[in-house]
Design a protein. Structure first.
Length: 325
């Protein structure tokens, strides 16, 4: 290439060195310009990426916040909807039942059979009414928190089944048949006690319909809301609401057994049991009895697996016999 820096009088070697120098400077200047352009593009791309990520994060946070609020509103709407269908008396059913239980555990006022239970037919009529049931050691009825726990643990057992659907006789064979049915649980047992609900069901529903549970929902984050949703889904709402409406309370309380009495494999020992039936709508005790049970009454073949159930069913038979014919 030509340049004013060279002329024909220069030696060829010198001219070539000058031209090479000029070419090198121009190349370096071009490279520098290209590098600066690339750096500018990279900076722009980084800024654009950061801006896009920030916008995405803001949108995502808003969407998540909206989702959480929809879930919160859904849970509150469910609770409010169920509460709206309950009367003030029904919402107070758990506290009312707890008060009766605490009273029975504190003091035994002697046996009582109200005139309304003057016969087996009268008892059958009373037991056909909706009722709640709980059975446990008497020490579990000394405080409200203890009652809540025993209600959760209590099931429809052999005492309840034999009280509502008694065996043909107070003999081991017919009693054992009932006990096995109670132990199996399931539809066959449930069909014989359709009008009786567990106090534990009422306790569970009372908890999720309470102002305290609603406050938990209002203050929960996304993770906690998911747990509250699972808790609500597994709560037997309809059963609990029926328990709130029940007019009867049936309870059996096992008094402590003497430590000197032998224990069976299932822990059953000879002991006293308090039984009560209360018309909670009328605030009236219909039945109050205290009876003795002893697993020693049963054959060595049956006791290892069924001692507690045999005692429970026999207790129910004794209670029914104490009412009269």
């Amino acid at each position: 290439m030509a340049s004013f820096l060279v002329n024909p009088k220069m030696s060829p070697a010198l001219a070539e060195r000058v031209l090479a120098s000029v070419r090198g400077r121009r190349s370096k200047a071009g490279d520098a310009s290209s590098a600066a352009h690339v750096r500018a593009l990279v900076r722009f791309a980084v800024v654009a990426l950061i801006a896009a990520a920030g916008a995405w994060l803001v949108v995502s946070q808003r969407q998540e916040s909206a989702r959480v609020e929809r879930e919160r509103t859904s849970l509150l709407d469910i609770v409010h909807g169920h509460n709206a269908l309950l009367s003030a008396e029904e919402r107070g059913a758990v506290a009312r039942d707890d008060a009766w239980l605490l009273g029975f555990a504190a003091k035994y006022d002697g046996d009582l059979v109200a005139p309304e239970l003057g016969s087996q037919a009268a008892l059958a009529a009373v037991l056909s009414r909706p009722a709640v049931y709980v059975h446990g050691p008497i020490d579990a009825f000394r405080s409200q928190s203890a009652v809540e726990q025993v209600a959760v643990d209590s099931v429809k057992d052999a005492f309840l089944l034999c009280l509502v659907d008694p065996p043909s006789a107070r003999a081991e064979k017919p009693i054992l048949a009932k006990v096995r049915l109670a132990y199996d649980g399931g539809p066959a047992s449930e069909q014989r006690t359709p009008d009786v609900l567990r106090l534990g069901d009422a306790q569970d529903v009372f908890r999720v319909l309470s102002p305290a549970w609603e406050a938990r929902v209002r203050g929960a984050d996304a993770s906690h809301l998911s747990k509250l949703r699972a808790e609500l889904d597994r709560t037997p709402i309809e059963k609990g609401k029926l328990a709130f409406k029940a007019g009867l309370l049936i309870v059996a309380m096992d008094e402590p057994a003497p430590v000197t009495s032998p224990a069976e494999l299932d822990g059953e020992r000879a002991h006293e049991v308090r039984v009560a039936i209360v018309d909670v709508t009328a605030s009236k005790v219909l039945l109050r009895m205290r009876r003795h049970v002893d697993p020693g009454d049963w054959s060595p073949k049956a006791r290892p697996d069924y001692a507690r159930g045999l005692d429970e069913c026999a207790l129910a038979v004794d209670v029914r016999e104490g009412i009269g014919k």
